[in-house]
Design a protein around this ligand. Sequence first.
Ligand SMILES: NC(=O)c1ccc[n+]([C@@H]2O[C@H](COP(=O)([O-])OP(=O)(O)OC[C@H]3O[C@@H](n4cnc5c(N)ncnc54)[C@H](O)[C@@H]3O)[C@@H](O)[C@H]2O)c1
Length: 505
Amino acid sequence: MTVLGVVGAGTMGAGIAQLGAAAGMRTLLHDPVPEALDKGTEAARRGLLKWIEKGRTEPQAPELLEAVSSLDELAPCELVIEAAPERGELKRDLFGALSVLCGDDVVLATNTSSIPVTSLASAAARPENVVGMHFFNPPPLMPLLEVIRADQTSDEVLELAKRVGAAMGKEVIVAADGPGFLVNRCGRPFNGEGLRLLQERVATHEQIDRICRLGGGFRMGPFELMDLVGIDVGFEVAKSFNELSFGEPRWRPNPIQARMVAAGRLGRKTGRGYYEYADDGSYRPDDPEPPGVGGGDGMPIALLGTGPIADGLREVARAAGYELREGTPAELVVDADLDWDTPLPGGAPVIRLCAAASLAEQGMYGAVGFHVLPPLEEARLVELTRLPSTQSFACEAAERFFANLGFLTEWVEDAPGLVLGRIVSQLVNEAAFAIGEGVGSPEDVDTGLTLGLSHPRGPVAWSEAIGVDHVLAVLDGLGEERREERYRAAPLLRRAATLGRSLRD
Ligand SMILES: NC(=O)c1ccc[n+]([C@@H]2O[C@H](COP(=O)([O-])OP(=O)(O)OC[C@H]3O[C@@H](n4cnc5c(N)ncnc54)[C@H](O)[C@@H]3O)[C@@H](O)[C@H]2O)c1
């Protein structure tokens, strides 16, 4: 039986100790602050009793858990997981002391979320015995464990961390050391691109959140999420990414975060962040239900283009009662092609996909722009955009068309990919960079984002639903129109698009 030590009995440590005892390991929990040790041990015990009631663990599990008030008492441990405060010097001191106390063979794991594990490993007597075990909050409930391989970590120690994680009932993924490891790195564009869209005033924070929920199936949009986590916490994370990467443009913190922190609007905990929180915690209206499908009444429309958006729209348009035609005469032209050079039939309002370029860049001065994220069966909202020259009858025709297809609509400003297409393209791009740089496998990226961040699907699965060519078109469109390195496509993504292959190949 492995003897497990857990250092730090706070939110994470208490949960990890519960998992250790539940997995049948003798578990010694330490915290130098007596009240914290009592509170953490009590929380872990309560958790174990609940699990015994539910039959999820053995009745003797609570006996395996011991609170120890001095670090010396961790001497018999074969594995120690530290969940002490997020300060590099403190963690390095702990690893130095534990190497002496427990002997050279002890395996030392860190639950750090942002400090390079490689820099902590060098403080241990045997750096090859150090590994990251990144649990998610709350550890007893979150199904994921991200095991981080420091530059020095040995294969045996990596395997041990994976085995222990599996014994604790976790789905284990492996990440190379680096800013945010795998999950937090690949999840970054959700907030980062959300902030950029707000900064450019493509949409308000309420709209961006609604679009993510209804258009993409995310449980929360980036701004409600940032409010929940704490805007100050998010800003610190952003600054740490910036520092560790020596200023990677995709990871630059946003001045909006700095202003929110300076104003003391830190999110839920201060009652105000991007949203204002009522005493009962409420901050936004419930989302509306999408309209029913129908009302096409045999109206002839030209639906152009190939790919999942065009195909999906054709299917719903037929179900809604429209008559689909290849070209004129049609009363409405819906062009869902990525390629925007093809001339369109005249004489009817035009609804044009805004992916590879904004409506303005496409020279579509009278058209309505749209974007929706496939698979269409899961999307409940379509984004629309217009130029000052777009006439209101075209706007009304677009609203009516998508309502008949069963979609809610949201008007936003003109940009390649509009809101959701841009956020998801950057999620896919970050994943492609991470996979290309050997941070993790495509399967682990998707597992990490779905189980660790509750995304409705992983970025690799998104890229397959949307098509890598579509993702690349949005990024190249943004690159062209914004002239920022931030939108450069990952080499792996460009190669996948050129070869017509998936990011998995
Ligand atoms: N909270 C999260 O969502 C989360 C998620 C993943 C990882 N983490 C990481 O887990 C670690 C712990 O975070 P937390 O949220 O549990 O913090 P916390 O503040 O709840 O707990 C930290 C505990 O460490 C104790 N402590 C203080 N000095 C210590 C020392 N010298 N040696 C040992 N323990 C000491 C404190 O008394 C406290 O009980 C951090 O590295 C954090 O980055 C946190």
